[in-house]
Design a protein around this ligand. Structure first.
Ligand SMILES: Cc1cc2nc3c(=O)[nH]c(=O)nc-3n(C[C@H](O)[C@H](O)[C@H](O)COP(=O)(O)O)c2cc1C
Ligand code: SF4
Length: 381
């Protein structure tokens, strides 16, 4: 289950989703709003997401607090740590939980003042380069007692992804996983220009990260997740064929616990109790009932995936390949995915990046900065 924070979601919705995760045997990503008591009540596996606000592990000035992080990261329920760089609905924007939703309890969980807008800055204060990001990840791994640490991002520029690969090669510090969020991903609140126009769509973003990992020989060290309008077995199959190891979903799970798309999430007056902090409005969300629905939605989606895998004559979703996908590219033409997109062979970037479509981006990638090392506009003329 994709990141959705306590604060953007109600206490009862968090409970229902966590209990659903427990019943269904899948993980529940906390989102960047910290670990609330509702995340812990039913024992579902947690991925603790840490965004630029460091909610739940921040000092008074909003900087990362290693002591607080250690306390929560070593909890048994927390199985992995996810550093959030960006999300598809609002890449590069950070976030804002409106004052109306910052109740006493939300403020306590996040370690922020009550009743004031709660801001996630656009960038992290704990690191600003790919190399520093890996050092931060290594520190988190150590502080959490060796749990897997990865990142979530919506791809912006290709050289930025390649810079992370170069940093992994240089330091030998490997991320355990990367979750690619597509530009089509959802959120509780985002400026419409960002949600509609900014951030690479999932298919293209996943291709870039898949090629970056395979091309640098890092694919067997780093697991790859995908999110962004994934709500069906077919959607999962498509992402597995491109190279994902697993998929996350956010809005689909909101629907499973009762969201009717009234789209008042940011106002705090959600009629179904999914995104409001008002206890009266949450009464209609019955945790036991909705938890079973969340688990059933997950189970049925996997069953649908199983049908597709079997129909293709395969035994496991990981056997799906780009040539199992076909896309219409014109009114009278459809092509297999591997005839549309470049799928780089193992180590292609190490052995001859200049012979790949990633040549200029590889030159531009700098492990010591997210900015390009060369003038990309000039390199592409
Ligand atoms: C209500 C809501 C809250 C969200 N909160 C977070 C968050 O705290 N951190 C984050 O990385 N993504 C957050 N997201 C985005 C999702 O985790 C994910 O990137 C995206 O929704 C996937 O797309 P989907 O909704 O199409 O499945 C949120 C999405 C929704 C709908
Ligand atoms: S019912 Fe409406 S306000 Fe509530 S979560 Fe769904 S879209 Fe948001």
């Amino acid at each position: 289950m994709s990141a959705m924070s306590f604060g953007s979601l109600s206490a009862r919705a968090v409970e229902a989703l966590n209990k659903g995760a427990r019943l269904g045997g899948f993980y529940h990503d906390t989102g960047e709003g910290g670990i609330s008591p509702y995340h812990l009540k039913w024992g579902g596996d947690l991925v603790w997401e840490i965004g630029s606000g460091y909610f739940g592990c921040r000092d008074d000035k909003g900087n990362f607090d290693p002591g607080l992080f250690h306390e929560s990261a070593t909890r048994n329920e927390v199985k992995m740590i996810e550093i959030k760089l960006s999300q598809g609905a609002k890449p590069g924007y950070g976030g804002l939980l409106p004052a109306a939703k910052v109740t006493e309890e939300v403020a306590w969980v996040r370690k922020v003042p009550k009743g004031q807008d709660c801001l996630s800055p656009r960038s992290h204060s704990a690191f600003s380069t790919p190399l520093e990001m890996l050092e931060f990840a290594a520190r988190m791994r150590q502080l959490s007692g060796g749990k897997p640490v990865g990142i979530k991002l919506c791809v912006g520029q290709v050289h930025e992804v390649l810079a992370i690969m170069k940093a992994m090669l240089k330091t030998g510090i490997h991320l355990d996983f990367i979750v690619v969020d597509g530009g089509e991903g959802g959120t509780g609140a985002a400026p419409v220009e960002l949600s509609d126009y900014v951030g690479m769509p999932l298919t293209e973003g996943l291709m870039v990260v898949r090629n970056a990992l395979v091309g640098t020989g890092l694919r067997d060290k780093v697991r790859l997740g995908a999110s962004g309008k994934v709500y069906s077995g077919a959607g999962m199959a498509r992402n597995f064929a491109i190279g994902a190891d697993w998929c996350n979903a956010a809005r689909a799970f909101m629907f499973s616990v009762g969201c009717i798309q009234a789209q008042r999430c940011h106002l705090g007056t959600c009629p179904t109790g999914v995104t409001t902090q008002d206890p009266g409005r949450q009464r209609g969300l019955v945790v036991d009932v909705q938890a079973k629905r969340a688990a059933r939605f997950h189970q049925q989606t996997l069953t649908a995936l199983g049908h597709i895998v079997a129909a293709a004559g395969l035994t496991h979703p990981r056997d799906l390949q780009p040539y199992h996908l076909i896309r219409r590219v014109g009114t009278a033409e459809a092509k297999f995915f591997d005839r549309i997109y470049p799928f780089l062979p193992e180590n292609a970037l190490l052995e001859g990046a200049e012979d790949t479509p990633y040549s200029e981006w590889w030159q531009a990638a700098n492990p010591a900065s997210f900015r390009p090392r060369i003038d990309l506009a000039a390199a592409r003329i």
